[in-house]
Design a protein around this ligand. Structure first.
Ligand code: TXA
Ligand code: MG
Length: 319
C-alpha cells in the first residue's frame, strides 16, 4: 500500500526538524529519527523506555548513503548488500565518527539496513538523512506489524504514525556482524540464514545467549506479551485455567479442547505465512486476559529459526 506523497513529505519534514515518526518496513514498523540528531534519537529511547545500552539500526535508502555512516565495508558484507538489499538484512560494521554515540550505545560499530519497502525508502529519501529506528513498540514487548499496533502503545508520545498497511515479512531483520574475524549471526530474522550462507559461506553462531555483549540488545526475555507463554501443549486437564493455544498449523494442533482461544499461524504450515502472522496473533491473544498461552514450536529452518527464537524469548520468565 503506497502512502500519499504529501504524507511522506510531511513525515520527512518532521524527521528533518528533529521529530520522531513511526513508519512501515517490510519486517516490522520502526520509530525513526534523523541519525545525526542526538536529541531526537534520545527521545526515541525515552518513548520506548529502552535502556541506553541497546543500539539502534540505521536505515538507508541507497548504497550511496552508506559512506555517510560506515567507515569501511568488508568484502563479504558488500556481497550480502549486493545480493539482499533492499531487504530484511542488517549488517554491523565500523561506524564513522559523525554517527552519535547514543545511536550505537557507545559501540564503535553501527547496524545498517536498507528496508525492502516502498514507503520506508520514500521516507528516507525525502528526509535526506539516514534514519535511526528501533521497532516501534515499548521495550521488550512484541514488535508492531501494522499501524494500529503502534498507535495502541505510542500514539500519544510520537509525532506521526505513517500507515502503510501490514508488514509483509512480520519478523525483524536478520543481523550479521562483521566486527569479528568471521561474520557472526546476531539475530535470526526475516532473511533465512541458509540464503546468507549460500553467498558468504557458514556464519558463526553465538555459542550461547550469554554472549549477549556481542549484541547488547539480545536480552533473553524479549518480544514478550504480558501473558505467560509456554512452549508445548500440556497434556494435563486444564484445571480451570483460561488457556490460549498458538499453533503452527492444523497438524500440530493436537487437541484444541479446553482452550479459551486458538490461533493457527498457517493452516498449511507455510513458515513465511506463520512469521507474517506471529506478532499480530500474540497481541490478539494478549488482550484476552488468559492465564497462559501455549505454543507449538515450528521447524528449525528458513523463517522457522526466527519464529522459534521469538517464541523462546517470549517464554522467558520475568526476573
Ligand atoms: O527489522 C528490523 O530490524 C526492525 C525494523 C524497524 O528495521 N528494527 C528492529 O530494531 O528490530 P530493534 O531496535 O528493535 O532491534 C535492533 C537490534 C538491537 O536490539 C541490537 O541488539 C542490534 O539490533 N544492534 C543494533 N546496532 C547494533 C550494533 N552496533 N552492535 C550490535 N548489535 C546491534
Ligand atoms: Mg525491537
Amino acid at each position: 500500500m503506497h502512502i500519499a506523497e504529501s504524507e511522506i513529505r510531511r513525515a520527512a519534514q518532521t524527521i528533518k526538524t528533529g521529530g520522531i515518526v513511526a513508519f512501515p518496513t517490510e519486517t516490522v514498523y520502526g520509530l525513526g529519527a534523523d541519525v545525526f540528531n542526538a536529541r531526537a534519537v534520545a527521545r526515541i529511547f525515552d518513548v520506548k523506555q529502552r535502556p541506553a545500552f541497546d543500539p539502534l539500526i540505521v536505515h538507508v535508502h541507497a548504497k550511496s548513503q552508506l559512506q555517510q555512516i560506515a567507515e569501511e565495508i568488508p568484502q563479504s558484507a558488500a556481497m550480502l548488500i549486493e545480493r539482499f538489499w533492499p531487504g530484511p538484512l542488517t549488517i554491523i560494521v565500523r561506524k564513522k565518527k559523525c554517527v552519535p554515540d547514543i545511536v550505537t550505545a557507545g559501540l564503535p560499530n553501527v547496524g545498517i539496513r536498507m528496508p525492502g519497502n516502498y514507503n520506508a525508502l520514500a521516507l528516507i529519501k525525502e528526509a535526506g538523512v539516514p534514519i535511526a529506528a528501533p521497532s516501534a513498540n515499548k521495550f521488550g514487548y512484541v514488535s508492531p506489524t501494522c499501524a494500529e499496533h503502534v498507535r495502541e502503545q505510542l500514539e500519544d508520545s510520537i509525532d506521526i504514525v505513517l500507515d502503510g498497511g501490514r508488514c509483509e515479512v512480520g519478523v525483524e531483520s536478520t543481523i550479521v556482524s562483521f566486527s569479528h574475524r568471521k561474520p557472526l549471526l546476531l539475530r535470526s530474522g526475516g532473511l533465512p540464514v541458509e540464503e546468507i550462507e549460500t553467498v558468504i559461506g557458514s556464519l558463526c553462531y553465538p555459542e550461547s545467549d550469554t554472549m549477549a555483549n556481542a549484541s547488547p540488545g539480545r536480552a533473553l526475555r524479549h518480544y514478550a506479551p504480558s501473558t505467560s507463554i509456554v512452549i508445548g501443549q500440556s497434556l494435563e486437564p486444564t484445571s480451570g485455567l483460561r488457556k490460549g493455544l498458538l499453533a503452527f498449523n492444523r497438524k500440530t494442533l493436537k487437541n484444541s479442547d479446553g482452550y479459551y482461544a486458538v490461533e493457527v499461524l498457517s493452516e498449511n504450515g507455510d513458515l513465511n505465512e506463520a512469521a507474517c502472522n506471529l506478532f499480530a496473533a500474540l497481541r490478539r491473544m494478549d488482550k484476552l486476559k488468559l492465564d497462559v498461552i501455549e505454543t507449538t514450536s515450528v521447524p528449525s529452518y528458513g523463517l522457522g529459526l526466527a519464529i522459534n527464537d521469538r517464541l523462546k524469548r517470549a517464554a522467558q520468565r520475568r526476573n
